[in-house]
Design a protein around this ligand. Structure first.
Ligand SMILES: Nc1ncnc2c1ncn2[C@@H]1O[C@H](COP(=O)(O)OP(=O)(O)OP(=O)(O)O)[C@@H](O)[C@H]1O
Length: 125
């Protein structure tokens, strides 16, 4: 494959991926809630003037949660496509896909606490 074909192919793939990200943000309520929380946390980051390392941790947490939520949505869509009717196994697949997001959300809440609790306590000192 020539270099120009490779680059055009990668650009097209990036276009499809961006389209997918826009679909997720436009149609998925859980992603919209997470995007709203991400905006609030970004405002909090500027308000408390958090350090570069704290920005990195916060940005990674936001990306991990929203990325994994996208994968959860993908698992749900595949499950509904291959078996639209009620099935115990489909329920199990959807539950564990959602569980993966919860694990990341718990870890991110801990990271958020480690970052912001000292700043919030400093407000009262
Ligand atoms: N076809 C099915 N068969 C068995 N249980 C299901 C089925 N569809 C959904 N469930 C159960 O309902 C739960 C919620 O599923 P649903 O597809 O509504 O996703 P959700 O959690 O509302 O996420 P989202 O808001 O992203 O759609 C699942 O975790 C599962 O326990």
């Amino acid at each position: 494959m020539s270099a120009s074909k490779f680059i055009i192919g990668r650009c097209k793939a990036m276009g499809y991926a961006l389209k997918g990200a826009i679909i997720l943000i436009k149609t998925e309520a859980s992603i919209q809630v997470q995007a709203a929380i991400a905006i609030i946390m970004t405002i909090a980051g500027f308000y408390f003037n958090i350090t570069a390392t704290e920005w990195i941790a916060q940005t990674l947490c936001i990306g991990l949660i929203m990325g994994l939520e996208g994968m959860n949505t993908t698992a749900e869509a595949i499950a509904d496509f291959i078996h639209p009717d009620f099935h115990e196994k489909i329920g199990h697949i959807k539950d564990i896909a959602a569980g993966a997001v919860v694990i990341t959300a718990i870890a991110s809440s801990i990271v958020g606490g480690i970052i912001y609790i000292p700043y919030i306590l400093a407000l009262f000192n």
